[in-house]
Write a protein that binds this ligand. Structure first.
Ligand code: SAJ
Length: 434
């Protein structure tokens, strides 16, 4: 353990980032108090129950509480370090909503003491530390950079592999002063094995938003290519695989849209910041947002090509991506809306979403698939990839299958009697198998 280690940390916000970060510190021997305004979540965590799904979180939470290093409540406590990990969503008009950040910062002001360090983990528009947090922190009457240290240490972890990435990823840490950044680096070195690169707070804010925007733009490019491939006899999945053999090419994968609370959100921060300079970024967002409609229209066209007007569709996967239980900003729910707008009847199933959270959701795969005309796979969960099509029971008829993630094995599904199609596959438009 680091000798300069702080005696205790208070983590504000116990969601997908705050909770794993809190237990990592606690299990490294730092006393951590977690606070969240969500009383239900706090009670669950106190009883070692999870309100979110993440590989390895259950065991780590139990360890942290059993060792006595992790406590939780709905109020902040006095601490040496505060880590703010609250949501930074967008408003319906795509502008940033920084109220959670502002309120979380305001909530710790009464507890701040000389020498404290405040770290923002949430992804935010550049200048948020300066324009939203610092005005609140000044109310503590502590001199910034002298008595009170502030930094941005954006999380970069991917849901599903949070712990692996918390430990191994490099981090970018930006301080309001070099000392703020140094203190933050020292703290995270408690468990981070990746390199920690230091800069100023605004650069760190921009870097984080740039990373997610890079991905969004690249996915939009892939989606555009998928649409082009559908107009010619090319399977885009095969074409992208070949292109990526080039040492300097890394085209992302197309799909039914971009979900989650990061990649589908953060590019808007740049559009808001500098609308006149963000044409490609904005267009990419709109392209990706248009994919659920494109998917639904393709589904309808397939049904019509096979002589089915209207029809019943089963959507496989509600989560925004593989092997997670999170349906926030999920393209799947948008695909369902679009299918319903086309007057199609929709059922859905997701093995990771245990409670019924969507009106179309069925408790089992079998129930969702009964007598459907078309299966649309929208999330490439491992359970779906491993399905044996020979044992998939759909009732009296074999439905069409539309795989939007290139997740299923075409040969196996065709051998089992299903008529199989993929998003972005112009080689198999469906006409041949009518
Ligand atoms: N997707 C595609 N095609 C792709 C990659 C992703 O359609 O080639 C879709 C996914 O299906 C999903 C969405 O994009 O709907 C986002 O998924 P993701 O796995 O790419 O990313 P997130 O949102 O889970 O996590 C991202 C990560 N950022 C980057 O990879 C640059 C993660 O490192 C960040 O910490 C996280 O955002 C965050 O919290 O900002």
């Amino acid at each position: 353990m680091n000798t300069n280690q702080p005696k205790n940390i208070c983590v504000i916000g116990l969601g997908y980032i705050g909770l794993p970060t809190a237990v990592m510190f606690a299990n490294s021997g730092v006393r951590v108090h977690g606070m969240d305004v969500n009383e239900k979540a706090v009670n669950m965590i106190a009883n070692k129950q999870l309100h979110i799904e993440e590989n390895g979180l259950q065991e780590r939470l139990e360890e942290a509480i059993d060792k006595g290093y992790f406590t939780v409540s709905t109020q902040p406590v006095e601490a040496d370090v505060y880590i703010v990990a609250v949501p930074s969503p967008i408003n319906p008009d795509n502008t940033a909503n920084l109220e959670y950040i502002r309120k979380a910062t305001a909530s710790i002001v009464p507890y701040l003491k000389k020498g404290a360090l405040v770290i923002l983990e949430s992804t935010v528009p550049p200048k948020t530390v300066e324009n939203v947090m610092l005005p609140e922190l000044r109310k503590s009457n502590l001199e910034l950079g002298v008595d009170l240290f502030v930094s941005h240490s954006p999380e970069r972890v991917i849901p599903g592999k949070i712990f692996e990435e918390l430990i191994n990823n490099d981090r970018i840490v930006g301080g309001i002063t070099p000392e703020s950044a140094e203190m933050t680096k020292e703290l995270y070195q408690t468990f981070v094995q990746g390199e920690i690169h230091l800069t100023d707070a605004t650069t760190a804010e921009l870097v984080k938003v740039m990373e997610n925007t890079y991905r969004d733009v690249n996915i939009a490019f892939a989606n555009e290519l998928a649409k082009i491939a559908e107009t010619i006899d090319v399977d885009i999945w095969e074409a992208i695989r070949f292109a990526n053999f080039h040492p300097r090419v890394n085209i992302h994968t197309p799909g039914p849209g971009v979900g989650g609370h990061c990649i589908a959100v953060d590019p808007w921060f740049l559009v808001e910041l500098s609308p006149e300079n963000s044409d490609i970024i904005k267009k990419s967002r709109l392209t990706n947002n248009g994919m659920p409609k494109f998917t639904a229209q393709k589904a309808q066209a397939l049904l019509e090509q096979h002589g089915i007007q209207g029809g019943n569709v089963a959507v496989l996967g509600l989560a925004f991506k593989a092997d997670v239980d999170d349906l926030r900003e999920s393209p799947s729910t948008e695909v369902i809306k679009e299918l319903q707008n086309l007057n199609l009847q929709v059922t859905s199933f997701d093995p990771h979403i245990k409670e019924l959270q969507h009106p179309t959701q069925r408790a089992s795969l079998g129930e969702a698939l009964q007598d459907v005309d078309l299966i649309v796979l929208t999330t490439d969960h491992t359970e779906f990839k491993n399905l044996n099509p020979e044992t998939v029971n759909t009732g009296d008829t074999k439905p069409l299958v539309l795989d939007t993630k290139n997740a299923l094995n075409r040969d196996k599904w065709e051998q089992a009697g299903f008529r199989f199609f993929k998003l972005g596959d112009g080689k198999n438009k469906g006409l041949s198998s009518i």
